[in-house]
Design a protein around this ligand. Sequence first.
Ligand code: PMP
Ligand code: GLN
Length: 454
Amino acid sequence: MLRRVGPSLRHFLLEMKSSAGYSSYSKAKMSRPVQARRLEGIDKNIWVEFVKLAATYSTVNLGQGFPDFPPPDFLKEAFMRALSGENHMLHQYTRAFGHLPLVKILAQFLGKLLGRDVDPMTNVMVTVGAYQALFCCFQAFVDEGDEVIIIEPFFDCYEVMVKMAGGLPVFVPLRPKFPKDGKLMSSADWQLDPDELASKFSERTKAIILNSPNNPLGKVFSQGELELIADLCVKHDVLCISDEVYEWLVYDGKEHIRIASLRGMWDRTVTIGSAGKTFSATGWKVGWTVGPNRLLQHLRTVHQNSVYHCATVAQEAVAQSFQRELELFGKPESYFVQLPKELQQKRDWLVQRMDAVGMKPIVPEGTYFLVADISEFKSDVTDVPDSDEPYDSRFAKWMVKNKGLATIPLSSFYCGAHKNKYNHFIRFCFAKEEATLKAANDILQKWKQEKTSP
Ligand code: PMP
Ligand code: GLN
């Protein structure tokens, strides 16, 4: 009956309406459960929730991580050339695993950074942002019951993606050491306990996910910390998924060390990057994975059977921008030199303002996030002991609704019991224009004055 179309359709519908057939047809609603079991308990998403709150209430948005300043001209110009230039083939499909100019330049660039030959065809794969790179990794490597070690606080999707693949996340926290001398805390004061980390590895461990520089703390893992992780990976024959999307956003002359460059690690590591963070264009959603063919071949299997391919024009523009950066490598005109310099100034300004206002900042060594302690502002937002919702989440919601300032609660980057342990911090994104940061400071300053005036 469903095949009846065209001029006879109206007649058919009228017939159905006037017959017993219509009522039985309209009652034929599905009653069986439709949701796949792997989606159970993961329907809520911190970004969807807080982006909506920010759009509804905020006048100043330091929540979701994206720059509100424009991306560099050379990137936009490369996109315009790709879009309206003579090569109309840039509007068509390109190579599934990455547009040739992009994989070639990424291989050259990352080969230089990793100190090894990187083959563009087998060691690099382009993805729809780092998100899809992560998704490919978990789908490609994690089987039912496999354990994946996640360092807390962590970028929230790691846990969900492990679970969707049938794996079991195993958490290990960075433990804060509060400075005693009245100095500001640094993200470097959050460290792994080596014995605790070692205790999480077992024969069920398939992989560890590392994120350095770390979202949300801004921690840049030291050589020693990376060697500790690397030694455990080698000892237990475990994979490392290394999310390095903030690789260029490192301050105070600190060095970002790529775990894949450590002894024994290339063969077991997939390194993930993002043009969104690298060139301040998060909406472009161009990401990549780099690693040995032995691992990448499985990512290609997931990619070719799901996304297959990423937007050609954006890949071409990112390729040209990397070409520029390769030519200017280490020079003052390089965007990879200029961007961290500008962001460091913004970080320093915000750290100083936050400290003055009494929201104790944890000085980040990298990324464009700053986590601050809200304890001194607690009296304004009622606590509900034993509530399922961590205090910082209630606080961040109250603040956006009542003060117009959007942030992200730190507890969103924790799981289970730790959500309520680390529940008095909020995360600010400082990749913002001076006016935006000043407006945020004005809100906090005014709030502080209201609190202290009789
Ligand atoms: N990893 C981390 C640590 C992130 O903060 C983000 C968010 N941007 C991603 C991965 C996803 O990056 P992309 O926007 O390139 O998908
Ligand atoms: N990575 C970004 C952040 O941490 C946002 C990710 C998202 O919006 N899904 O703010």
